[in-house]
Design a protein around this ligand. Structure first.
Ligand SMILES: NC(=O)c1ccc[n+]([C@@H]2O[C@H](COP(=O)([O-])OP(=O)(O)OC[C@H]3O[C@@H](n4cnc5c(N)ncnc54)[C@H](OP(=O)(O)O)[C@@H]3O)[C@@H](O)[C@H]2O)c1
Length: 214
């Protein structure tokens, strides 16, 4: 049985943890304060547990990083050496504290920089793969769009980690498009801004990206 460490106590952490449990994984959720997840743990069944960021990083064969963008480097520091050698599905986006302007999210990164590259530098022995970052949490698990599978864009430096991410995404109902190395992460992170625009401008949040190919 595969074990996943989900780092994050927010809505994305909850969605992914519940989704992995539904698909038969064992899940440990990591947070700075495990007591805040006591309610979730009590309702999540025998394959669910909680701990610190480093407990969850040690537990998982694979890790999902689902923390606030501004805190992601610090969460990776707290997870520590337990991330070494593991595939880390990086859901984070570099959303700044400043509010959106005309529906456009503000980022603390700029062109040619990305949050995932910063994280990969911070934990060089971990194998980061950008994933789940360009869709709302409501559609991360078994997305249903009238029989059409949406596309999850991924990237990362380690081919084996990307293959592992692709297999996991397929289990969770996604087709995957590999967009290259970690250097592509900034482009994928920008897709979150595009995804959020219809929501922030018009209150429409029920969509996902699909890459059409010939
Ligand atoms: N919401 C969505 O639909 C969606 C979709 C795609 C991608 N994302 C991305 O997914 C990530 C998670 O989003 P979210 O809405 O679930 O949660 P969030 O509110 O952005 O983040 C909550 C998590 O961040 C951690 N955190 C906050 N400040 C911290 C600090 N100073 N040091 C260490 N950790 C800290 C919290 O840790 P504690 O548990 O210790 O409090 C908690 O686990 C974000 O990067 C977001 O951009 C979100």
């Amino acid at each position: 049985m595969k074990k996943i460490g989900v780092l994050g106590s927010g809505v994305v952490g909850t969605t992914l943890a519940d989704g992995f449990l539904k698909h038969g994984y064992e899940v440990m959720r990591g947070t700075r304060d495990p007591s805040k997840l006591a309610g979730w743990k009590s309702g999540a069944g025998p394959k669910a547990s909680t701990g610190t960021f480093s407990d969850a990083a040690r537990f998982g064969d694979v890790i999902a990083l689902a923390v606030k963008g501004t805190a992601a480097e610090s969460a990776v520091d707290l997870a520590g050496s337990a991330l070494a050698g593991k595939t880390v599905l990086d859901t984070t986006n570099p959303i700044a504290e400043a509010p959106p302007k005309n529906g456009v999210l503000q980022y603390f990164t700029s062109q040619g920089d990305s949050l995932m590259e910063r994280l990969q530098k911070r934990a060089p022995a971990a194998k980061f793969v950008k994933a789940f970052s360009c869709v709302g949490s409501a559609f991360m698990i078994d997305p249903s769009f009238g029989g059409v599978k949406p596309t999850m864009f991924i990237c990362g430096d380690d081919p084996q980690a990307k293959a592992e991410a692709t297999a996991i995404l397929a289990e969770l109902g996604w087709e995957t498009e590999d967009m290259g190395s970690a250097a592509s992460a900034g482009v994928i992170e920008q897709l979150c801004i595009l995804w959020c625009l219809p929501g922030l401008l018009h209150g429409k949040w029920a969509h996902a990206f699909k890459l059409l190919k010939k």
